[in-house]
Each structure stands twice: as structure tokens, then as C-alpha cells.
Design a protein around this ligand. Structure first.
Ligand code: NDP
Length: 313
């Protein structure tokens, strides 16, 4: 077993993790970063990012992450493919193990593990996963060329997925449980203006059907009212876009979480309840969840880490 010692272990590789890696390497902390299950994080499953400052023509999520990776590497961050499988946060230095067999002894830890797409919880979702059910239009949209698909959700993600799919599929049905969209006005306008996107307001999904592959969804409109109506919508693809769950499993039970499962940070900083452990990005942010806010908090986590180590010296 290989053992490495580091001043700072960064877990997760979205905009928060990479920004923390850039700042900690420039501060001479020689960070070690494990990129996790989804190298580059959620942005690698998105299409065009138009609101990250500095990219005036927009940039793909993959390109943005690639740029951040190169920038962190340039300053010497030790960026490793793989996942951290366990970590002992009960005493410092913290001891973690990675799936490549490495033991990492770290004076500080920056958690930037992000969040994962949420599913409705219907048993049928599991049955048709990979056979019509997906939570990533940019990953799987290609398979639905000229076919009919549904997207569940009314936020920016759902609108973005619906718009992306509208250029591939013949018809896109946006299933929205309320009578309005939560998405930003600009996204709402784009969706409404697309002739092949049909918004189904006040609609919930009760189940899915199909012999082997997905063939459609059982829907209910105006549930619980006098106008309640059950009907089937034939679709070949069913895309979930109903929000995310923070990836905190590895750090329980020691790390303090809020009521919705996000890591709690204290004193307007990235400090968690454990001295020497900091949290950045979506794993600690139920509110903003933007690439730029994640990057900003990655910077804060790096500065908090540096100060913490200076105080210990
Ligand atoms: P949101 O939490 O904003 O939206 C989730 C949507 O899913 C809501 O419409 C919600 O409905 C619906 N929903 C949740 N649970 C269920 C359920 N069980 N059944 C049916 N519908 C459900 O998540 P997003 O992922 O869309 O966005 C997260 C953040 O990321 C936001 O701040 C957003 O602005 C940002 N974002 C920005 C983008 C950009 O700027 N390019 C792109 C994508 C996201 P209800 O409204 O009824 O609660």
C-alpha cells in the first residue's frame, strides 16, 4: 500500500475542487486531489455554459473543467483519478483511503463532492434506467433522435434539458407539477418559444410502462381536485431534472449537516464543525448552486485552509 502525506486533501473535482486546488497549490500547500466518480463534476453533463465570467462566447462544461484542470496542474496540484472510499475525521491528521490502494494522511481536508441528480422514487425508474429513463440529456439525448421524450421538472435544469432535447427529439413534453415554471425568465422564454416543447402544467407522474424498453408514462393532471384526470403519454425517453442531493455519505456521522442534508458551514466561512475540514461548492450550498459560486467557495476554502495551517504552525 502506498502512503502519501499532504497538507491538504481535496475530495471532488467540480469548479469548487479545482479552484481550491489552484489556490492551495499557489499557496505552496502541495494539495492532493481525488477527482471522484464524475471527473469534472456535474458541469461535464451540461451543454453550453453562458454565464461563467470570462467566456464571452460561452464554453462547454467539459471545456471549462478541462481548463480548470490544466490551470490547477500548472501550479503543481497532484490530481488523481479515483475515489476516496473511507476517511477518518475523528482525529488529525485525517487518514483516508482511495480505491487505487493509496492511504492519504492529510492535515486538512476540503470537501467538494457536489450533488447528485434526484429521481422521483418510482419503482419503474429503476426498471427502465438505461432503457428509456435518464437524468442526463446531454449524455443520453443522442439516442432519441426523431423520437418523443418527456422531461420532469420546472427549474433551470429541466428547461435546459428540454431545450437541448428539442434539437434532437421530435417532441418534448415538460412535466411540471405546479402551474408555473421555477426557471429563470430567460430560460422560460426560450422553452415557450420552442414549437416542439409542450409544457404539461399541474401534472405528476404515477408510473412508467413498456414491454422491455420504455414506451410511455402514466400521468395525472390536477391531482386531488375535481378535475383530476389520468392518462398515458407515449414517450421513448423520460428525463429527470428535479434537483439534486448533496454527496455527503462518506463523511457521516461526524460532519454536521443541515435539515436537507447539506454540509453546515460556520462564521461566514467554509469551516465545518470539524477543525481542519472545509466544505465548498454544491455539497454545502442549497441556495445558489452555480459554477461561479462553487468556484468562489473553492477559493474561500483554500484561503481558510491556509489560515488554519498558519494558526497551527
Ligand atoms: P430546482 O430545485 O431549481 O428545480 C427543481 C424542479 O423540479 C422544480 O420545478 C420542482 O418543482 C421540481 N420537482 C422537485 N421534486 C419534484 C417531484 N418529486 N416531482 C415533480 N417535480 C419535482 O433545481 P434545478 O436543478 O433546476 O436548479 C438548481 C439550481 O441550479 C438553480 O439555482 C438553478 O437556477 C441553477 N441552474 C442554472 C443553470 C444555468 O444558469 N445555466 C442551469 C441549471 C441549473 P417545484 O417548483 O414545484 O418545487
Amino acid at each position: 500500500m502506498q502512503q502519501i502525506n499532504t497538507k491538504c486533501l481535496i475530495i471532488g473535482s467540480g469548479p469548487a475542487g479545482y479552484t481550491a486546488a489552484i489556490y492551495t497549490s499557489r499557496a505552496n500547500l502541495s494539495p492532493v486531489m481525488y477527482v471522484g466518480h464524475q471527473p469534472g463534476g456535474q458541469l461535464t453533463t451540461t451543454t453550453e455554459v453562458e454565464n461563467f465570467p470570462g467566456y464571452h462566447n460561452g464554453v462547454t462544461g467539459t471545456q471549462l473543467m478541462d481548463d480548470l484542470h490544466k490551470q490547477a496542474s500548472r501550479f503543481g496540484a497532484d490530481i488523481r483519478t479515483g475515489i476516496i472510499t473511507d476517511i477518518d475525521l475523528t482525529q488529525r491528521p485525517f487518514v483516508a483511503h482511495a480505491d487505487d490502494g493509496t492511504e492519504i494522511v492529510a492535515q486538512t481536508v476540503i470537501i467538494s463532492t457536489g450533488a447528485t441528480a434526484r429521481y422521483l422514487g418510482l419503482p419503474d425508474e429503476d426498471r427502465y434506467k438505461g432503457m428509456g429513463v435518464s437524468a442526463c440529456a446531454t449524455c443520453d439525448g443522442f439516442f432519441y433522435r426523431g423520437r418523443r421524450v418527456a422531461v420532469v421538472g420546472g427549474g433551470d435544469t429541466a428547461c435546459e434539458e428540454a431545450l437541448y432535447l428539442s434539437n434532437i427529439a421530435s417532441e418534448v413534453y415538460l412535466i411540471v407539477r405546479k402551474n408555473h415554471l421555477r426557471a429563470s425568465k430567460v430560460m422560460q422564454r426560450r422553452v415557450v418559444e420552442k414549437p416542439n416543447i409542450h409544457i404539461l402544467f399541474n401534472t405528476n407522474t404515477e408510473g412508467l410502462y413498456g414491454a422491455e424498453f420504455l414506451e410511455g408514462a402514466h400521468l395525472v393532471e390536477h391531482i386531488g381536485t375535481d378535475n383530476e384526470r389520468h392518462y398515458d403519454l407515449p414517450v421513448d425517453g423520460f428525463f429527470l431534472a428535479i434537483g439534486h442531493t448533496p454527496n455527503t455519505e462518506l463523511f457521516r456521522p461526524h460532519i454536521a449537516l443541515d435539515d436537507t442534508g447539506y454540509i453546515k458551514t460556520f462564521d461566514h466561512s467554509t469551516a465545518t464543525n470539524i477543525p481542519g475540514v472545509f466544505a465548498a461548492g454544491d455539497v454545502a450550498d442549497p441556495h445558489y448552486r452555480q459554477a461561479i459560486t462553487a468556484a468562489g467557495s473553492g477559493c474561500k476554502a483554500a484561503l481558510d485552509t491556509e489560515r488554519f495551517l498558519n494558526e497551527q504552525a
